[in-house]
Ligand binder design. Structure first.
Ligand code: GTP
Length: 283
């Protein structure tokens, strides 16, 4: 999805409508980029609604930095839930936290005789953070949800997760912010921006540049490339391509395939548990 002002206004209207239907917003962030994956207007959008912040994909983020990010959010008065939606880790914590946040409201409603009041929630987040995966896990089903198609009106469906908890079956999509170069790169590295609109060779080069400064050991271990102190990005790309058999006729390295391979490896955690942002970067 490419975001233009018109798109953003439409997405915002849609999510505001959806939020009216629920008690709680479950805000999904990517644990590898907790700041870049946060929509800058989310506080304004969610307003006074109760909110749970989930750091998803924590399984492929750096464990030490997961702790640092947890502390960072706690200092701001938010208790983030570390999750791996793909495996279902953290789901119970989300339900528990919803119940805790809603306790007073539920007690009040029930004291008025409304016994069957349930908690209604909406999963929100930027593309690719794992919203559908989380919804499917909570619903205990494996059907992938497809987004709304233009011209097809779809009625809202509620998924009953348990006695107390219901979830809207389609997520609220927030737009990512990519006017800042670092944020844009982080979003592109992690796959939040579609590759079709990116120059993946250039992106992979930038990724390698970041890797050789921030996590060289992981990069070298994954590709088993010997690096001399003067190895430059192009040289590393070529070595990786050759090692991995990305070769064109004429024995030339297929840089495009190599770039895809490197980005795929990072996105799926095969280069290791890597977090691209540190709380101290914010300062
Ligand atoms: P959009 O439909 O683009 O808005 O994406 P989404 O937010 O619904 O994300 P989706 O659930 O489609 O997940 C994106 C990718 O991330 C999929 O390949 C998932 O399998 C993967 N994924 C989701 N959650 C996790 C997680 O906690 N850990 C890991 N390792 N992968 C995850």
């Amino acid at each position: 999805i490419q975001w233009y002002p018109g798109h953003m206004a439409k997405a915002k209207r849609k999510i505001l409508e959806e939020l009216k239907l629920v008690d709680i917003a479950i805000e999904l962030l990517d644990a590898r980029i907790p700041i870049s994956s946060r929509n800058p207007d989310v506080d304004e959008i969610v307003g006074n609604k109760k909110r749970i912040v989930v750091l998803n994909k924590s399984d492929i983020a750096d464990p030490q930095l997961n702790n640092e990010w947890k502390e960072y959010f706690e200092k701001k008065g938010i208790t983030p839930i570390m999750a791996n939606a793909a495996k279902g880790t953290g789901l119970r914590d989300i339900l528990k936290e919803s119940k805790r946040l809603m306790k007073e409201d539920l007690d009040r409603l029930r004291s008025k005789g409304l016994k069957h009041k349930t908690i209604r929630a909406l999963v929100i987040g930027i593309p690719n953070v794992g919203k559908s995966t989380l919804i499917n896990k909570l619903a205990n089903r494996s059907i992938a949800q497809t987004g709304d198609r233009p011209g097809v009106t779809k009625s809202k469906q509620w998924i009953k997760v348990n006695e107390d908890f219901e979830l809207l079956d389609t997520p609220g999509i927030l737009w990512p912010k990519f006017d800042d170069e670092t944020v844009g790169l982080n979003l592109a590295f992690t796959g939040a921006i579609k590759d079709e609109i990116l120059d993946i060779e250039d992106l992979a080069r930038k990724f390698i540049l970041k890797a050789i400064t921030d996590f060289p050991d992981k990069l070298y271990k994954r590709y088993n490339v010997e690096l001399e102190s003067d190895s430059d990005v192009e040289c590393i790309m070529n070595k990786i391509g050759r090692k991995r058999g990305c070769i064109l006729s004429g024995d030339e390295v297929d840089i495009n395939r190599t770039a895809s391979l490197i980005l795929d490896d990072f996105r799926s955690g095969r280069i290791g548990q890597i977090t691209l942002e540190k709380p101290e970067d914010i300062l």
